[in-house]
Design a protein around this ligand. Structure first.
Ligand code: 13P
Ligand code: ZN
Length: 275
């Protein structure tokens, strides 16, 4: 089977395309990665070539040794992924120590995986362990309404979680564990990857102040849906803050407690503080 015809590649391409259509990816903004299943590697490995050099990841991910990832290329535009996947995305293999990677397919006109590879891989490592291997997708985007909120709300996990939960009744059901927030940092390296992966132990969603967001999920649908939901809630919150920042009414902590019971989700009391 051609790599580009495989179901997981088609799902990855569709996520990139949908994110571009919704304005999450100006220019080369954002990046995505998918931890392939062994049977997916089997499906397409006859098209891999192993003649490229191993390159340092820039961090260590020993629990991902030997795994294969589908990733977006650094500097590549999401709007081009569907038009020419083999030029804009790649499959990389992690070495036996989790210190290096090599490209085995894709980026045919040259290039390297996303500059956020350290963050993607460290987040994958944390999530693989925390979810018993269930989570496979890490998705980073430059969602405008979420970015705007990082200029007007305190950069605090509890504030972001609670304010966004209040914007749509189903938000706490979609991200019951809440949202982590990281203050502004230089992107693209190990430091921001280390800070992100610490928060990924607790949350499926991390906001990078004045930059964007990282979401983790089982598949393309629920990871994209998570990103889309949070960005929509952020857009509503900005409207509310612009029109009536003191809110005439809202969903109360007791409302959330009732919702948690009926929807069978665990909403931590730390987010249900009195204002
Ligand atoms: P890349 O093009 O290297 O993926 O970088 C885009 C980005 O969003 C950096 O945070
Ligand atoms: Zn970015």
């Amino acid at each position: 089977m051609k790599v580009t015809e495989a179901e997981f590649v088609q799902g990855f391409i569709r996520m990139c395309d949908d994110g571009y259509a919704l304005g999450f990816h100006e220019r080369n903004g954002g990046n995505a990665s998918y931890r392939m299943k062994p049977e997916e590697v089997e499906q397409v490995k006859d098209q891999f070539s192993y003649d490229k050099e191993f390159t340092d990841i820039g961090t260590e991910v020993p629990d991902l040794a030997g795994e294969y990832f589908l990733v977006t290329g650094s500097g590549k535009y999401f709007r081009n992924v569907a038009l020419a996947p083999e030029k804009n995305i790649a499959i990389v293999e992690i070495d036996s120590e989790g210190k290096q990677y090599r490209i085995v397919w894709g980026l045919v006109d040259g290039g390297v995986p996303t500059s956020e590879l350290p963050s993607h891989l460290m987040n994958h490592e944390v999530k693989k362990k925390a979810t018993n291997g269930l989570h496979r997708v890490i998705y980073h985007s430059h969602v405008p309404n979420v970015i705007a909120l990082t200029f007007v709300l305190p950069l605090d996990d509890k504030v972001f979680t609670r304010e966004l939960w209040e914007m749509m009744t189903e938000c706490p059901v979609i991200f019951p564990d809440g949202i982590g927030v990281i203050p502004w940092m230089v992107p693209g390296g190990r430091d921001i990857a280390v800070e992100s992966s610490k928060l990924m132990k607790k949350y499926d969603v991390i906001i990078w102040a004045h930059h964007g967001i990282f979401c983790s999920g089982e598949d393309f649908d629920n990871t994209f849906g998570l990103m889309h939901t949070i960005e929509k809630a952020a857009a509503i919150l900005l409207k509310v803050l612009a029109v009536r920042p003191d809110k005439l009414q809202t969903i109360t902590p007791d409302n959330f407690r009732h919702l948690a019971k009926d929807f069978n989700v665990d909403l931590k009391e730390e987010f249900l503080y009195e204002k």
